[in-house]
Design a protein around this ligand. Sequence first.
Ligand SMILES: [Zn+2]
Length: 174
Amino acid sequence: MSLIRCTNGHMFSSRRHRNVCPYCNVMVEQEQRSNGQQTTVDVDDKTMPYLGEMDGIDPVTGWLVCIEGPQMGRDYRILSEKNFIGRAEDMHIRIVGDNSISKRNHAVIVYDPKKRNFYLLPGDASGLAYLNNEAIYTPTELAAYDVIQLGGSMFLFIPLCGVHFEWENNQSEE
Ligand SMILES: [Zn+2]
């Protein structure tokens, strides 16, 4: 299989994204692949990505920025369509260190590339998600600098795509 895992635990397709995690931009050393051959590769011999090649990158559409909680100061990339939030390794937006955030699907942030807007959806976990201090039970449209509370952590929502900006070629047929 071409699934690989970054140091933050995201699983992604190396065929599509090469060795750069689309969620956190961490580069993954693929040494478990060539066991036996290149065990002497060290930090001073890192393979750099080709800067000209953009085809493996899933463009960022916005960010969540933690402004309160164990991850204060950290930002999380929001990609197109559904972004599942939780503590588990396979979550698109993985928030560790706050055990009052559910492991899986505490909430979902959606970027709709057709309508060019963002929504916050309640997850199917037991924890509530709050938008500007109101618990959300139905999909609710997000605006810039909205405050999202999950467990004991607060996040600012910062959009990139929308009325002011959109990536040109995101109509890639899959
Ligand atoms: Zn990652």
